[in-house]
Design a protein around this ligand. Structure first.
Ligand SMILES: Nc1ncnc2c1ncn2[C@@H]1O[C@H](COP(=O)(O)OP(=O)(O)OP(=O)(O)O)[C@@H](O)[C@H]1O
Ligand SMILES: [Mg+2]
Length: 366
């Protein structure tokens, strides 16, 4: 899958611009604050319906204007697909796939695929389990609508369950909960089983990517601790029992203390926990390896790579790791952003350089 053109109207610092990408390596370069990340963000938006950095959709509308529009034309092995999103001040957006309006984000997912990495993705390794679950959710939702819908339903039921746990009338809790928990564990089991399968697939590939980028110097191990394995039915049964056991504690806490909303992934590098002992460059390499592995999983599942968006990644890696990274993405459409490039890193590679200045592509260099 590759994006051919991206049109932006009143999107962030872009007034009206169409950007044309090559199906190989693209490098958006330019000084700070010219719109490189904004363009990368727009592509991710077309794939997932949300921004990797704004928590309010209206923030993307160019200051002083009322609506923004982004449109992407992508080529896939099934033919071309176009996605268009119109943003309004009230945070409601209109989404069109091949000219037809889609009313649910679930219907947008799966039309354009991408893997996105920018420095804040380091949270994936450094920060809370929530960031690691977000990684799982974003990537699994792009791959499976069933996952996306199970997750939405699970979150809804979980919020209601947590409210119920705070009810002062214990009889109400004990009468109502068993029925709710039946629905809760059904959705939870779908989520856990999908994550288990995904992690089983992705771990060895991420470990291999890490070895490549670190030139064999580091050995990564990925571990998960969901605690529930087997078929969806097995998982549902075990979780239902555990919820019963945890009930008194959950009432005391006022929230549900077990389930997929508590899952985590652990990264171990040469025997040590990366979160605690890893250097910045090592943590970055782990996060990056995970994203590259995600791209490989997409390939296995759909027979083509997603659009790989690597925002501001190069400057943080040493030359050797940069070279390894570029070699690792050579057969995927990749969109790098950087303030400048070191030509030695891209020696003998085909790439398109796009110089971005103040919301315009000033120059294309192939
Ligand atoms: N809604 C908006 N309206 C107008 N301008 C905006 C809006 N949102 C962001 N911008 C502007 O976009 C610019 C930032 O663009 P972007 O993040 O793409 O920069 P960049 O080229 O990636 O820079 P860097 O090299 O620093 O990462 C900022 O100057 C910001 O003021
Ligand atoms: Mg940027």
């Amino acid at each position: 899958m590759h994006i051919k053109t991206l049109s932006l109207k009143n999107f962030r610092n872009y007034e009206s611009e169409e950007i044309t990408f090559s199906d190989g390596i693209n490098i958006l370069t330019g000084a700070n604050a010219q719109g490189k990340t904004n363009a990368a963000e727009a592509i991710f938006f077309l794939c997932t319906g949300y921004s990797p950095r704004a928590n309010r959709d209206r923030l993307v509308i160019k200051n002083g204007t009322e609506t923004a529009e982004i449109k992407g034309l992508a080529g896939s092995k099934y033919g071309d697909v176009s996605v268009r999103i119109i943003f309004n001040k009230n945070d409601k957006k209109n989404v069109y796939v091949n000219g037809m309006q889609v009313l649910k984000i679930g219907e947008l997912l799966g039309n354009m695929h991408s893997v996105f990495f920018n420095p804040s993705e380091l949270k994936l390794v450094q920060e809370s389990p929530e960031d690691r679950r977000r990684f799982l959710n974003v990537s699994l939702s792009q791959m499976s609508k069933a996952y996306f819908y199970a997750l939405s339903r699970y979150n809804k039921i979980l919020a209601q369950r947590n409210n119920l746990l705070k009810d002062p009338d214990r009889d109400v809790i004990f009468d109502t909960l068993p029925v709710w928990d039946q629905s809760l564990v059904k959705e939870a089991a779908k989520i856990i089983a999908s994550r288990n399968a995904f992690l089983e697939d992705i771990a060895p590939i991420a470990e291999e990517k890490h070895a490549i980028i670190s030139d064999g110097k580091e050995s990564l191990k990925m571990k998960t601790e969901s605690g529930y394995y087997g078929s969806e039915e097995d998982i549902a049964t075990a979780l239902y029992e555990d919820l019963k056991t945890a009930l008194e504690r959950d009432i005391r806490l006022g929230y549900t203390s077990i389930g997929p909303h508590r899952d985590d992934i652990k990264f171990v590098l040469n025997g040590d926990d990366v979160r605690v002992f890893g250097s910045q460059g090592q943590q970055r390499t782990v996060a990056l390896s995970l994203k590259l592995a995600e791209a490989e999983i997409f390939y296995k599942k759909f027979g083509e790579y997603p659009i790989v968006i690597l925002d501001d990644v190069l400057s943080e890696l040493d030359k050797k790791r940069q070279r390894k990274l570029v070699a690792a993405v050579e057969n995927m459409q990749t969109i790098f952003t950087a303030t400048g490039i070191d030509r030695t890193v891209f020696k003998n590679k085909n790439y398109r350089r796009l110089i971005i200045e103040n919301g315009k592509v000033k120059k294309y260099e192939d």
